[in-house]
Design a binder for this molecule. Structure first.
Ligand SMILES: O=C(O)CCC(=O)C(=O)O
Ligand SMILES: [Fe+2]
Length: 323
């Protein structure tokens, strides 16, 4: 299995758009991950966000902790910092050696933002560009799936950036050098997981380590490739399509001593549907009870930050109806 590189320049003309849409859907049915070149996000915006992240994470821990990510037990997911060990995507017993800053466009609490000031401008620009690209990709997916409404997914993501209604976030990640002592205490960089959003756009900065699970349960590397972004889908799009499109499991490991000794940085845009967007079966052969996306999203957040039991929803077990 290989992760293909697709040319998103083909989106610009109606002639090449249809075949691009088919290839995107085919890749998401089989691999679940793809690289995009000519994606339209200015490289300057990516470099500026990365440079700001270097400056931000270089601050003292006590300074970064002045603006913590609010608790998802009491508030909607918001903007803020998470220190090493807070978020655990795999199992609560496995510590993940990464620190993160999540950014939601509408959530910049006055007074607390001083330590994160450097991030605000660059992350605002990159958030807007990523939101545009995800809507174009959703358009392609609706075309490739031959949905009667080609704006179906766009209509479910109308309020990206507004914290009251949607948890879409741009996240900068910083993985410090990983020493073997941490291996012994049952730690990793990022445990195996699927994303719980609808689509993720990932920018990797130099140091690799990301691995993607294949259909036969092996992990293959997804290294940084210059001038591309990596795209994958999350659980919600898998639910909508009754598993026709795959939310592929992935993880980040420090695979050898050379990588262990280096910092890894990445930037991830997690596109989420609006909390009240209904997730329903788009495949007439299957039925599940339609439910709002926000229930599932909040459940996964609470699992990752507070290690709560994961709940099941109707869309996790579609019932076969007929051909
Ligand atoms: O850092 C990376 O490359 C992956 C990040 C990721 O998969 C996530 O935060 O969900
Ligand atoms: Fe992920």
């Amino acid at each position: 299995m290989e992760i293909p590189i697709l040319d998103f320049g083909r989106y610009q003309s109606a002639d090449s758009r249809a075949s691009l849409a088919d290839e995107i859907v085919h890749t998401l049915e089989t691999v679940g991950f793809l690289y995009l070149k000519n994606h339209g996000i200015p490289s300057q915006q990516i470099d500026q966000a990365d440079a700001a992240a270097v400056e931000y994470f270089g601050q003292e821990l006590s300074v970064k902790k002045q603006f913590p990510r609010p608790s998802v037990m009491t508030e909607n997911p918001g903007t803020g910092y998470c220190e090493i060990g807070t978020e655990r995507l795999y199992e609560s017993s496995v510590k993940e050696v990464k620190e993160t800053f999540d950014f939601i466009l509408s959530d910049l609490p006055e007074g607390k933002a001083k330590s994160a000031k450097v991030l605000i401008g660059p992350l605002t620009n990159l958030f807007n560009s990523c939101a545009k690209l995800t809507l174009e990709l959703f358009h392609c997916i609706a075309l490739g799936l031959k949905l009667p409404n080609e704006n179906y997914f766009e209509d479910k993501h109308r309020r990206m950036g507004g914290r009251d209604a949607n948890s879409t976030a741009l996240r900068v990640l910083h993985y410090p050098p990983f020493d073997s002592a941490q291996n012994e205490e049952n730690a990793t960089r990022l445990g195996a997981h699927t994303d719980w959003c609808s689509m993720t756009i990932l920018f990797q900065r130099g140091v690799g380590g990301l691995e993607v699970e294949t259909a036969d349960n092996k992990f293959i590397p997804a290294p940084p490739i210059a001038e591309t972004v990596l795209v994958n889908i999350g659980d919600i799009l898998q639910f909508w399509t009754c598993s026709r499109l795959k939310a592929t499991t992935h993880r980040v490991r420090a695979v050898d001593s050379e990588q262990n000794s280096k910092v890894r940085r990445s930037i991830a845009f997690f596109a989420e549907p609006d909390f009240d967007a209904v997730v329903e079966s788009l495949d007439p052969r299957y039925y599940f009870k339609p439910e709002p996306a926000g229930e599932y999203i909040l459940n996964r957040f609470r699992h990752a930050y507070h290690y709560q039991e994961r709940r099941d929803f109707g869309f996790m077990k579609p019932q076969y109806v007929s051909d």
